[in-house]
Design a binder for this molecule. Structure first.
Ligand SMILES: [Zn+2]
Length: 425
């Protein structure tokens, strides 16, 4: 697979840090961004790189050359006139004949590209966007997709939204070469507006949701946080080819206020300190994953659409405070039949209803999680048992007297105690 990196634009957004340097040459911990990018691509055998350069591009060319010394091969495409974030793809028409990776020049990433490519092939669409939750969804464009991962809406940051899933474009894409036929002349084009968004109506644009590390350096603050993450090793730890650690969180009574069966979206209220607690998890290198029994589906009291909206509200409230969850696993089943309005298809004995470990095992498989290094946190004994059954460490949130279990009266205190134990500051 060929990789195209768009590095033509000026690094104006962080110009205050590096005045006259093209984006790929901005140094983090002494090393240019492009060098980090190449290292990760090389690790996944993506050695055929096309670098689109413009303003001050000669500095990049002089520094890296064809980059035999890094074990990759670079072809340069020089823009004399800036062609925006996609216009230069016109020049790839004859060079690229297979699915290719398209990457923004100002991001730091550590990603298992084989998984991304496999997802793209599974999607059977012309383009797949690498998407993820971030810590500032309220001022980011939000991508809405259906259950088959096709994009149905792409909200700009100015557009009104109420409750939404925290899903943001990370700046990496896999495109089919068919798309290149749409470039008729070399002219200025915006990747999102002119190329990707028109694919929505054709049902040809998909998402790949991943918790791996991809961050842009849009502001000086974000630049410094990326530098810190590189130094601490967090970027590499999040690559799904290496074993992950997770903190699994029960939902009702742990994250949001317990109201019995939660049927109305208005009843979803976050508990105090939960955003702070989840933010701590987000920064730690652990994944934050919700594990919840929702028999309200089997009971016919809440539809899948309503449940999705309830979870969108939870993600929005967390996102407003800079916190996000990496995924939600949900058991819709219930074993007892014979009630009015029930959905019999979900009335069965399943493997995923806590205290069974099914949901945790599903998450472990999806994200390559080491369960012995992970924690299940909840407010009930069935949470504790599910965690134990899955081979996780367990922690209890609540006021009961429990023996030999890490316990705290609220989630924030609980996460602090866990991190003291595993020595995360
Ligand atoms: Zn189930």
């Amino acid at each position: 697979m060929k990789t195209v990196i768009m590095a033509g634009g000026r690094g104006t957004r962080i110009a205050s840090l590096n005045a006259e340097v093209p984006k790929p040459m901005i140094r983090i911990d002494g090393k240019p961004i492009f060098e980090y990018q190449m290292e990760c691509l090389k690790k996944h055998n993506l050695t055929d790189i096309i670098l689109v350069i413009g303003h001050l591009g000669n500095i990049i060319e002089e520094f890296f050359g064809n980059s035999g010394q890094y074990g990759v091969y670079i072809t340069y495409v020089r823009e004399d006139v800036p062609l925006g974030t996609a216009g230069a793809l016109y020049y790839m028409k004859d060079i690229i004949t297979d699915d290719f990776l398209l990457i923004n020049g100002d991001i730091i990433f550590d990603v298992d590209f084989s998984l991304f490519l496999a997802a793209h092939r599974r999607n059977h669409s012309l383009a797949t966007i690498f998407t993820h939750p971030n810590s500032h969804p309220y001022d980011s464009g939000i991508i809405v997709a259906d259950k088959d991962r096709f994009v149905t809406k792409w909200l700009t940051k100015e557009e009104e939204r109420k409750w939404y899933k925290n899903r943001v474009n990370a700046g990496m894409h896999i495109l089919s070469p068919t798309i290149l036929k749409r470039f008729e002349i070399p002219e200025k084009k915006d990747l999102d507006r002119d190329i990707l968004k028109p694919l929505i109506a054709e049902r040809q644009l998909s998402v790949y949701d991943s918790p791996e590390y991809v961050k842009d350096m849009g502001t000086p603050d974000r630049y410094y946080s990326v530098e810190q993450d590189i130094k601490s090793g967090l970027t590499a730890k999040r690559n799904l080819s290496v074993k992950q650690k997770a903190i699994f969180l029960d939902r009702d009574g742990t994250v949001n206020k317990y109201v019995g069966f939660l049927k109305s979206i208005d009843d979803l209220v976050l508990l105090d300190g939960v955003s702070e607690a989840i933010k701590m998890i987000n920064k730690s290198g652990y994944l934050a994953i919700i594990i919840t029994n929702q028999p309200v589906i089997a009971r016919g009291e809440v539809s899948w659409e309503e449940l999705t909206e309830i979870h969108n509200k939870m993600e929005t409230l967390l996102g407003n405070e800079g916190a996000y969850i990496d995924d939600i696993f949900c058991c819709p089943h219930h074993p007892d039949r014979g009630y009015a309005g029930e959905r019999t298809v979900y009335k069965k004995v399943c493997d995923c209803r806590k205290p069974k470990p099914g949901l945790i095992l599903q998450a472990a498989k999806k994200y390559n999680i080491d369960l012995h290094e992970s924690w299940m946190v909840g407010d009930s004994f069935s949470d504790m048992e599910a965690g134990r059954n899955a081979g996780c460490n367990i922690a209890y949130v609540g006021t009961e007297n429990v023996k030999d279990i890490l316990a705290a009266s609220n989630l924030l205190e609980c996460i602090r105690k866990i991190f003291e134990k595993v020595e995360i500051k």
